[in-house]
Design a binder for this molecule. Structure first.
Ligand code: FAD
Ligand code: SF4
Length: 294
């Protein structure tokens, strides 16, 4: 399945006006983590908090809803959230940790849970793993360069960034600018070219903007933990939903983009194999013989 295993696909958004205002899309991540904290499903969450440099996130253990909301919004560069999980357990003493992760981080966390070599005390304590979709990511220096040089705007003035409709968008207090994504090509992290997961297939619940209208998110509930927290938040009136069939552009676009990413990056993997270069483990599992590449 091109979107991984899931129970239900829905279009959804937070009903909280404050979250709607500050969130990237439907505010599903902030709403669910905040709800899980209130309900003691988690006792804290590792999120991509604001850092010293504007738009350079720093992983943070959020213990309150205010801290969670301060981390809302997408930062299009790497936030090493996985590294912070150990600290969340050891230094903050959390027993039930929530976190948000892009697909590669989700894979790292699941691997850690499946093979808890030296991290058993962390692996057992991850109670809620929310995955966000990710087509590609940028090193911080690249992000700064194309915003300041190609778009002619100082990153400090940017209030929101977004990727959508084939463009990279920035919003300042009084302006809205975009460049076609083909102009950001070459600035991506090179490791993203061999990544086969678009929709965080191993998360408890995955969410992103693609498939739903502006201000809404497409949600895939995957595990019992993800389904249960989502249903409880909907029942509590904190999240409103619409069937995917009733929204445009709909699930078909998400499936198409997930397939495009897998096809394009599998090609890069195959080229690397032909050149005798190392490839990620997941790539080898897609072959008939899992050990064929070794
Ligand atoms: C690099 C990147 C690429 C993305 N590409 C796509 C895409 O192609 N298609 C798509 O539909 N969606 C994509 N997304 C996801 C999308 O931008 C939103 O993050 C997602 O829809 C959640 O929105 P929300 O309103 O529910 O979250 P909010 O309530 O706004 O909360 C966002 C949460 O994401 C966390 N976060 C922000 N930046 C990062 C980061 N760099 N790493 C880890 N966590 C972070 C924050 O800590 C916060 O908890 C991408 C996200 C990232 C980080
Ligand atoms: S494209 Fe893949 S490897 Fe790159 S940041 Fe996104 S999830 Fe990670």
């Amino acid at each position: 399945m091109v979107l991984g295993t899931y129970k239900e696909a829905l279009s959804a958004r937070s009903t909280d006006k404050q979250i709607q205002k500050i969130a990237q899309d439907g505010g599903i991540v902030s709403a669910l983590l905040s709800f899980a904290l209130d309900e003691k499903i988690i006792d804290g969450a590792v999120v991509a908090g604001p850092g010293k440099d504007m738009w350079k996130p720093e992983p943070q253990v959020a213990l309150t809803s205010d801290e969670l909301l301060a981390a809302a919004g997408t930062k299009y560069t790497f936030s090493p959230n996985v590294w912070m999980l150990k600290k969340a357990v050891r230094q903050y003493g959390l027993e039930k940790v929530g976190t948000v992760a892009i697909p590669c981080q989700t894979m790292g966390i699941r691997k850690m849970q499946s093979y808890p070599f030296g991290v058993r005390f962390v692996a057992d304590k991850i109670a809620l793993l929310l995955g966000i979709y990710c087509m590609e990511n940028f090193p911080f220096a690249s992000l700064q360069t194309f915003i300041s040089e190609k778009m002619g705007v100082s990153p400090e003035l940017v209030e929101k960034m977004d990727i959508g409709k084939g463009k990279f968008w920035i919003y300042t207090a009084d302006d809205e600018l975009s460049i076609p994504l083909k102009e950001t090509h070459g600035y991506e992290q090179s490791g993203c070219k061999v990544c086969l997961d678009y929709v965080a297939e191993l998360a408890d619940l995955s969410t992103g903007s693609v498939g739903s209208p502006d201000g809404w998110s497409t949600v895939l509930t995957r595990t019992d933990a993800g389904e249960s927290v989502f249903k409880l938040a909907v029942d509590a009136g904190l999240i409103e939903t619409k069937p995917m069939a009733d929204v445009k552009p709909g699930l078909g676009l998400l499936e198409k983009l997930a397939k495009d990413k897998k096809t394009k990056n599998q090609k890069t993997i195959d080229e690397r194999i032909a050149m005798g270069l190392p490839v990620p483990y997941k790539a080898s599992t897609e072959k008939e013989d899992p050990l064929a590449n070794f």
